[in-house]
Design a protein around this ligand. Structure first.
Ligand SMILES: Nc1nc2c(c(=O)[nH]1)N[C@H]1C(S)=C(S)[C@@H](COP(=O)(O)O)O[C@H]1N2
Ligand SMILES: [Mo]
Length: 520
C-alpha cells in the first residue's frame, strides 16, 4: 500500500491512539467477562458498576428514567455506561500516544472502579474484584502493544523528521485485529459459560406437588371475550417485570436455603424440598407495581402455588413487638411487610409456582413472596433467601430509604384496554372494556362516562376472590366526533376511586384513566 509509506501527521497518530484505547478497553471488558463467568456474573465490571449506579440513582432521576424508557431503562443504563467508557477509552488512548504512563493510569483507574463496584455489591463473591483486575492488566498489555506499533517508524527511506510522527500502519492494523479477536473470543466464551450456569436445569428438575388447598374455580364469566381486553390470567411470558437486577439472579433450587430469624422464639432454616412439603396453597392473585401510572402496564394476574407464610411465622414464634417482616433476596433487595397484614388471614405465601410451572427465573425462581393487596415493593420479594422479624423503627428497607411509603396497600384502579387511545372507530355499538383492581377489598362497581356526561354502569366479569382484578365492559352507542372516555371503580368497602391525579411516588398513582377516540 502506498499510503503505508506516506508521511503521517501526528493527527493520524492521535487518531490511532484513540483507536488503541478503544480496542484495549474492549480487550479489558472481554477478558473481565470471561473471568466473571467463572466467579459470578454479577462480578462483571459493567454489571457491577450498573448495579451501583441503580442503587445510587436519586429518586427524581429514577422517575425520569422510568417515564422515558419504561422497562427499557436497564438497556439504556448499560448503554450509557458503555458510552462513558468508550469516551474515556478514546481520551486515554489519545493521551497515551505521547505519555504511555497516562494510559496505564487511566486503565488502572477504570479497573479500580470496576473492582470496587464488584466487591461492594450485595452478596459479592470473595473474588469479585478479579474480573476487573485481570481485565485491566490484559487491557494494559494490549494498550502498550498497540502504542508500541505507533512508535515504530515507517519502514523504508523516510526522512527522520517524518519518522518522528510516522508509524507502521500495517503493524498497527495487525495488532489491532489480533486484539479485537482476543476481546471477541474472551467475551463470547464468557457469555457462553455464563449461559451454561443458569438455572434452567435446576428449574427443569423441579416437580411441583399438588396443592393441599387448590385455587377456587375461576367463574366461566371471568372472560368477557372482548377483543383487545387483558385476559383474566396473564401468561407468565407477558407478565410485567420490575426489579433492580441488571442480570437475572440465578439461584438453584438444590442449594436454596431460607433463614427465618430476628425477633423470633426459634430460628428456622428451610431447604426447597422442605418448603414443598409444607402443604401448598394455590391462589389467583393480581400483582401491581407502585410505579404503575394511571392506565399503565405494570400489573398482572397469575395463579400462584406456595407455602402459607403466616404458618411459618407462627412456627418461628414471631414476637408481638415485631411489627415488620423484612424479606431479602440473594441480590440484596430488602422489602418490608407489616406483620399484621401477613397474619390477618389473607393468602400471603412463599410462592414456588406461577401458572402451573416453577417460577420463571425473572419472576424469582426458586422462591418469592406474594402478599395479596400490597404493592410489589412491600410484598413480592423475588429470589427470596432471608426473612427477618424486626420493627419499622429499626429497619428501613431499600425503597423506604429512597423515600417511598413505609406501608403501601394497593389503591383502587381501573383501566380502559379498548378502544385504544386515539383509536378510529365507526359510529354504532362499540364495547368499552378494561380491567379494574382493588386487591383484597374487591371491586363492586365500574362506571364509564363520555365527554363528562353521566356515569354508566359497566358489566362486571366474575372473579374467584377479591384478590384479583376483574374485566368490565360497557356497550357504548358511539356517535360521530371526538370523544373522551373516562372510567372509575368502586371497591367493596364502598370507596370510589378518586378523580384527583397523583404520581406513583411515594405510595402509588391515583386518578381516573381516560382515553380519547374519534368516531367516523
Ligand atoms: N429481589 C427483588 N424482588 C423484587 C423486586 C426487586 O427489585 N428485587 N421488585 C419488587 C417490585 S417493585 C415489584 S412490583 C415486583 C414485581 O414482580 P414481577 O417482576 O414478578 O412482576 O417484584 C418485587 N420484588
Ligand atoms: Mo414495583
Amino acid at each position: 500500500m502506498s499510503s503505508d509509506n506516506a508521511p503521517t501527521t501526528s493527527g493520524g497518530r492521535r487518531t490511532a491512539g484513540a483507536l488503541a484505547g478503544l480496542i484495549a478497553a474492549g480487550v479489558a471488558l472481554g477478558v473481565a467477562e470471561l473471568v466473571s463467568a467463572f466467579i459470578d456474573p454479577k462480578s462483571s465490571p459493567v454489571v457491577a458498576v450498573g448495579g451501583s449506579v441503580i442503587d445510587a440513582t436519586p429518586q427524581w432521576l429514577k422517575q425520569f428514567a422510568i417515564e422515558q424508557f419504561g422497562t427499557n431503562d436497564k438497556p439504556v443504563l448499560i448503554g450509557s455506561i458503555v458510552v462513558v467508557l468508550v469516551l474515556l477509552a478514546l481520551l486515554t488512548g489519545t493521551l497515551a500516544v505521547r505519555r504511555p504512563a497516562v494510559g496505564l493510569a487511566g486503565v488502572a483507574v477504570l479497573g479500580a472502579v470496576g473492582a470496587v463496584a464488584a466487591t461492594t455489591r450485595p452478596a459479592a463473591a470473595a473474588l469479585a474484584f478479579l474480573p476487573s483486575v485481570v481485565g485491566a492488566l490484559v487491557g494494559a498489555v494490549a494498550l502498550l502493544m498497540l502504542l508500541r506499533t505507533l512508535r515504530t517508524p515507517t519502514a523504508g527511506a523516510v526522512p527522520s523528521s517524518q519518522a518522528v510522527s510516522g508509524f507502521d500502519r500495517r503493524a498497527f492494523l495487525a495488532s489491532s485485529l489480533g486484539a479485537v479477536a482476543v476481546a471477541g473470543v474472551a467475551g463470547g466464551v464468557g457469555r457462553m459459560v455464563s449461559a451454561g450456569s443458569d438455572v434452567a436445569a435446576s428449574r427443569a428438575a423441579v416437580t411441583l406437588p399438588s396443592p393441599v388447598s387448590p385455587a377456587r374455580t375461576v367463574p366461566a364469566d371471568a372472560e368477557l371475550g372482548v377483543d383487545g381486553l387483558s385476559s383474566f390470567r396473564t401468561p407468565s411470558k407477558g407478565f410485567y417485570r420490575v426489579d433492580t437486577a441488571l442480570i437475572v439472579p440465578q439461584v438453584s433450587a438444590q442449594t436454596w436455603k431460607l433463614r427465618v430469624h430476628g425477633m423470633v422464639d426459634r430460628e428456622i432454616e428451610l431447604t426447597f424440598d422442605q418448603l414443598l412439603q409444607r402443604g401448598l396453597i394455590e391462589r389467583d392473585i393480581t400483582l401491581t407495581c407502585v410505579s404503575n401510572e394511571v392506565g399503565g402496564p405494570y400489573v398482572g394476574s397469575a395463579r400462584w402455588l406456595g407455602a402459607p407464610l403466616a404458618d411459618l411465622l407462627r412456627e418461628a414464634g414471631v414476637h408481638k413487638a415485631a411489627d415488620q417482616i423484612v424479606s431479602k433476596s440473594t441480590d440484596g433487595m430488602t422489602i418490608g411487610t407489616p406483620t399484621a397484614v401477613i397474619m390477618d388471614g389473607r393468602d400471603a405465601m412463599l410462592a414456588v409456582g406461577m401458572n402451573g410451572k416453577p417460577l420463571p427465573a425473572e419472576h424469582g425462581f426458586p422462591v418469592r413472596m406474594v402478599v395479596p393487596g400490597l404493592y410489589g415493593y412491600v410484598s413480592a420479594t423475588k429470589w427470596l433467601v432471608d426473612i427477618e422479624a424486626t420493627t419499622f423503627a429499626d429497619n428501613r428497607p431499600y425503597w423506604v430509604k429512597r423515600g417511598w411509603a413505609v406501608k403501601a396497600p394497593i389503591k383502587t384502579m381501573s383501566r380502559i384496554d379498548t378502544p385504544r387511545p386515539l383509536g378510529r372507530l365507526t359510529a354504532g355499538k362499540v364495547p368499552v372494556a378494561g380491567v379494574a383492581w382493588a386487591q383484597h377489598r374487591g371491586i363492586s362497581k365500574v362506571e364509564v362516562r363520555v365527554d363528562g356526561g353521566r356515569w354508566n354502569n359497566a358489566r362486571l366479569a366474575g372473579v374467584p376472590t377479591a384478590d384479583t382484578w376483574l374485566q368490565w365492559v360497557w356497550d357504548w352507542d358511539a356517535t360521530r366526533g371526538q370523544h373522551t372516555l373516562e372510567v372509575r371503580a368502586t371497591d367493596r368497602t364502598g370507596a370510589v376511586q378518586p378523580e384527583k391525579r397523583a404520581n406513583p411516588f411515594p405510595s402509588g398513582a391515583s386518578g381516573w384513566h381516560s382515553t380519547v377516540v374519534s368516531v367516523a
